[in-house]
Design a protein around this ligand. Structure first.
Ligand code: MGD
Ligand code: MGD
Ligand code: MO
Length: 709
C-alpha cells in the first residue's frame, strides 16, 4: 500500500521545510518538498533531496552497543562495539549515573546536546526533564547563536523580525554575513522576486559565496570588522540627515548618545579596518537609507567573531534609525525563533531540579568550553557525559582538548546517535537514534513563522528509539516517579502549544493553534492578527525591551559594566593583533553548503558534491609561501595542525584563508578544522569565536601528504 506522509525537516536550518514522504509497504520510497508550504514551496536543498540515502545508510547505528575497542582508537564503526539489549544498556547507564551521582554529586554528570534535532520535543522535552530531575550540570547552549541573539535583543528585545515572504517586496536587500544560497536557500526565491521588480542585492562577506557571486554588489569585508562598518554607515546616515527623525523620536532611546558615538567612525578611518573604501561606505549608507523599502538579512556569520555581539547590536540599530520597520519589505531578519512562545517551562520542567539531590539549581557549563570542562574542571570534575543531538568531537572548538578530555579512562560517555561519528569513537555505550522519518514531533522555525507537526512515516529502523523514548525509559530505570516522565508525544505537543509567557502579545500569536489543527493543516502561521497580511512587528514601536523602544543606548548593558552603545574593538585574533606576527592569516572555518555542520558529511552522494579538504588561499599569500594549486599544505597555530589541499586564487581576499567543517574520521590526516579554533568567548552572549582564528600555512612535500598518524 502506498501513502504520503507530511513531515518537517528538523535539521538545524532556518528553513524548517515542509516535506512529503512517500511510503510503500514499510519502506519510504520518495521524499519531496511540500508544495503547499508558503515559504519552503515544494523544493528541497541538495542534502534533504538525498535523505533516503541517509535514512537507509548501511552506516546507521541500529542497536545499543557497548565499546570493545580501546577508547578513541578503534576503526570508528560498528566493529568497535558489541551489540547489547536495550535492557542491558539502560540498566548499565542508570547504575553508572547513580553511582557517579552518589560519589561525586549529580553535577559531575554533563548532558551535551545541541540542534541535531530541532523538533520541539527532540531538542529539549523529556531529556531536559531528565537532567533537571537528576541535578546534572546544566549546559549553556551557546555554540551557535547567543552572541547575535544578545546583540539583537539588546536593541529590539526579542529575536523576531521580517518574515521571509516580505523580502519579495524589498527594493534594497543587504545579505550581511548571510550565505543565503548555502544555508538558507528558501529565502532566495523571494529575493529573486524582489530583484525582478528592480531590487538591488548587496552582499557583505569576507568569502565569495554563491550568494556573493549572484549579487548586484559584493563587498568583501575583513573578518570581525562589521561593527565598525555599521557604526560608519550610521555616521553617514545621521550626519547627512538621512535617518527617519519621526520614527527615531517616537520609538527609540539613546539617539543623541549614538549620534555622538558614531562621530568616532568616519568612513576614511573605517575603510582601513574593514578593507571597504570610504566611497563605498558612503554609497552603501546613502543607498540603504534612501531606497525604500530596504531589508537586512543578517545571519550568524558576523557573530562568530570575538566582537560578534556588538556587530549584530550595531547592525540591528540600522532599521531603527531609518525607520524601515514601518514598511512591508523593510526591517531586519536575524532569527524569528522568538516569535514561537511555546511553553518551555512545562516542556523542560526546570522546577524538577529542586527534587534532585542538590535541592537547588545545578551549575551551568558553557558548551563552547567543553575541552576545559573535561580536562581542567574540578569541584566536581565531569565524570560522565551524555551526548545526544550533537557531535562535539567535530563541532566544539579546540578539538584537540575535547578529544583529550573524551579519552580520559575514568570518564563514562554515552552517545545517542544515528551514525558512528567522531564522538561515538569515545563512547562507552552507543544508543541508536531515530531519524525524523521514524518519530513524530512539533516544529517551529528560525527563518519563518509557521508552526508544523512532523508525522512519523515509517517504523523505527532496527531498534532505534527517539530522544523522547530514551529519556522516558531511562527515567523509569532511575526511579523517577513523577508522572511527567510518562507523558506521551501528543500530550507534550499539547502542553507546548499552551503558551504561558505572561506576555499577551506573544501568547496571542499561538492562540488557535492546536495539535488537531496542525495534524489537519500541516503548517499554520503564527496568529499575528493580520490574516495573510504581512506582519510588521515594530511599525509602531512595541519593542520588547525594558523601555518598550529600540535601545540605541542600553541601560541594561551599562548596568553590566558593558558599553551601552557599541564600539569597535578589534579581535585578539585578527590581522592587526600581536598574535598575527606569528600566525598572520585569518581562518574562516566555514560550514559546507552540502553538509549541515557535521551532519551529512558521511553521505556518499553528498560527499561527491563537496570538497571538504580544501584550503582556499589568495594567490599572493600562496606565492609568498611557495604554494601551488593542489599542493598539500599544513595549516597550523599553537593549538593544532591540519593538512589540506590548497586552492590558490580561492574565494578569499589577501590575508584570509577558508576551510570547511568535516568529520575528522573522513579527513586524510584524521583531523577536523576545529583543532585550530579556540574556546574564546564573544563580547556578548558567551558564544564561540570560530571566525576569529589566526593560522599560518606552509607547503608540505607531496610524499608526506595525506597524513601519517
Ligand atoms: N548547507 C548548510 N546549511 C546550514 C548549515 C550548514 O552547515 N550547511 N548550518 C546551519 C546552522 S547551524 C546555522 S547557525 C545557519 C547559519 O547560517 P549562516 O549565518 O549563513 O552561517 P555561516 O556560514 O557561519 O556564516 C555566514 C557567512 O558569514 C561569513 N562571515 C564569516 N565571518 C564574517 C565576518 O566577520 N563578517 C561578515 N560580514 N561575514 C562573515 C561567512 O563567510 C559565511 O559566508 O545555517 C544553517 N544552515
Ligand atoms: N569551525 C566551525 N565550527 C562550528 C561551526 C562553524 O561554522 N565552524 N558552526 C557551529 C554551529 S552554528 C553549530 S549550530 C554547531 C552544530 O553542532 P551540532 O548541533 O553538534 O551539529 P551536527 O554536527 O549537525 O551534529 C548533530 C548530530 O546529532 C545527530 N542527531 C540528529 N538527530 C538526532 C536525534 O533525533 N537524536 C539524537 N540523539 N541525535 C540526533 C546527528 O546524527 C549528528 O551527528 O557547530 C558549531 N561548530
Ligand atoms: Mo548553528
Amino acid at each position: 500500500m502506498k501513502k504520503v506522509v507530511r513531515a518537517v525537516c528538523p535539521h538545524d536550518c532556518p528553513d524548517a521545510c515542509g516535506v512529503l514522504i512517500t511510503v510503500e509497504g514499510d519502506r519510504a520510497t520518495k521524499i519531496q518538498g511540500d508544495p503547499a508550504h508558503p515559504v519552503t514551496q515544494g523544493f528541497l536543498c541538495a542534502k534533504v533531496t538525498k535523505y533516503l540515502d541517509r535514512v537507509y545508510s548501511p552506516d546507521r547505528v541500529l542497536y545499543p552497543m557497548r565499546r570493545n575497542a580501546p577508547k578513541g582508537k578503534g576503526k570508528g564503526d560498528a566493529s568497535d562495539f558489541t551489540r547489547i539489549s536495550w535492557d542491558e544498556a539502560l540498566n548499565e547507564i542508570a547504575a553508572r549515573l547513580k553511582k557517579t551521582s552518589d560519589e561525586f554529586g549529580p553535577e559531575s554528570i554533563l548532558p551535551y546536546s545541541y540542534a541535531g534535532n530541532m523538533g520541539v520535543l527532540g531538542y529539549a522535552g523529556m531529556a531536559f526533564r531528565f537532567f533537571h530531575r537528576l541535578g546534572a550540570s546544566q549546559l549553556n547552549r551557546t555554540i551557535c547563536a547567543t552572541a547575535g541573539a544578545a546583540g539583537n535583543m539588546s536593541v529590539t528585545g526579542r529575536n523576531i523580525g521580517t518574515e521571509p515572504q516580505q523580502f519579495a517586496k524589498s527594493k534594497y536587500i543587504i545579505a550581511w554575513g548571510a550565505n543565503i544560497h548555502g544555508t538558507n536557500i528558501h529565502l532566495w526565491p523571494f529575493i529573486e522576486q524582489a530583484r525582478q521588480n528592480g531590487a538591488k542585492l548587496v552582499v557583505i562577506d569576507p568569502y565569495v559565496t554563491r550568494t556573493a557571486k549572484a549579487a548586484d554588489w559584493y563587498l568583501p569585508i575583513n573578518p570581525g570588522t562589521d561593527v565598525a562598518l555599521a557604526l560608519s554607515l550610521m555616521h553617514v546616515i545621521i550626519n547627512e540627515s538621512l535617518h527617519d527623525a519621526d520614527y527615531v523620536n517616537k520609538y527609540t532611546v539613546g539617539f543623541e548618545q549614538l549620534k555622538q558615538r558614531v562621530q568616532e567612525y568616519p568612513p576614511e578611518k573605517v575603510a582601513v579596518w574593514t578593507g571597504i573604501s570610504a566611497d563605498d561606505i558612503r554609497k552603501l549608507a546613502r543607498e540603504y537609507a534612501t531606497s525604500k523599502p530596504a531589508a537586512i538579512r543578517v545571519n550568524y556569520g558576523v557573530q562568530r567573531a570575538e566582537n560578534g555581539g556588538s556587530a549584530v547590536r550595531a547592525i540591528a540599530m540600522l532599521p531603527c534609525i531609518t525607520g524601515s520597520w514601518k514598511e512591508v519589505g523593510g526591517g531586519l531578519m536575524l532569527s524569528l525563533s522568538g516569535a514561537f512562545a511555546m511553553n518551555n517551562a512545562a516542556l523542560e520542567r526546570p522546577d524538577l531540579m529542586a527534587k534532585s539531590p542538590l535541592g537547588r539549581g545545578a551549575r551551568m557549563l558553557n558548551m563552547v568550553e567543553l575541552g576545559s570542562a573535561l580536562n581542567i574542571l574540578n569541584d566536581p570534575p565531569v565524570k560522565a557525559v551524555f551526548v545526544f543531538n550533537s557531535n562535539p568531537a567535530v563541532v566544539a572548538p579546540d578539538t584537540n582538548a575535547v578529544v583529550r578530555g573524551f579519552s580520559r579512562p575514568d570518564l563514562y560517555t554515552v552517545v545517542h546517535e544515528q551514525f558512528f561519528t567522531d564522538t561515538t569513537r569515545f563512547a562507552d555505550i552507543v544508543l541508536p537514534a531515530t531519524t525524523f522519518f521514524e518519530h513524530k514531533d512539533l516544529t517551529k522555525a528560525y527563518g519563518h513563522t509557521f508552526v508544523q507537526v512532523s508525522n512519523q512515516a515509517i517504523a523505527p529502523l532496527g531498534e532505534c528509539r527517539s530522544n523522547h523514548e530514551v529519556f522516558s525509559d531511562l527515567a523509569v530505570r532511575m526511579g523517577f516517579t513523577e508522572p511527567c516522565f510518562r507523558e506521551t508525544v501528543d500530550e507534550m505537543i499539547d502542553l507546548a502549544l499552551k503558551p504561558a509567557s505572561g506576555n499577551p502579545k506573544l501568547d496571542g500569536w499561538l492562540s488557535g493553534i492546536t495539535r488537531e489543527r496542525l495534524e489537519k493543516e500541516g503548517h499554520v502561521r503564527l496568529n499575528f492578527g493580520v490574516g495573510d497580511e504581512p506582519f510588521l512587528p515594530y511599525a509602531q514601536g512595541g519593542f520588547f525591551t525594558p523601555s518598550g523602544k529600540a535601545e540605541l543606548y542600553s541601560e541594561m548593558l551599562a548596568s553590566q559594566g558593558l558599553d551601552p552603545l557599541a564600539s569597535f574593538v578589534a579581535p585578539n585574533e585578527s590581522r592587526h593583533s600581536e598574535m598575527a606576527k606569528t600566525f598572520p592569516l585569518e581562518l574562516l572555518s566555514r560550514k559546507a553548503d552540502n553538509f549541515l555542520n557535521s551532519s551529512f558529511c558521511n553521505v556518499d552522494s553528498l560527499k561527491k558534491m563537496e570538497s571538504p579538504d580544501l584550503l582556499e588561499i589568495h594567490t599572493h599569500d600562496a606565492q609568498r609561501r611557495g604554494i601551488r594549486e593542489g599542493d598539500w599544505v599544513r595549516v597550523f597555530n599553537d593549538r593544532g595542525e591540519v593538512r589540506l589541499k590548497a586552492r590558490v586564487n580561492g574565494s578569499v581576499a589577501q590575508g584570509v584563508v577558508a576551510a570547511r567543517l568535516n568529520w575528522a574520521a573522513l579527513a586524510p590526516d584524521g583531523k577536523c578544522i576545529n583543532v585550530l579554533t579556540s574556546e574564546t568567548l564573544t563580547d556578548l552572549g558567551e558564544g564561540p569565536a570560530f571566525y576569529s582564528c589566526l593560522v599560518e600555512v606552509a607547503p608540505i612535500e607531496a610524499a608526506q601528504a595525506g597524513g601519517d598518524d
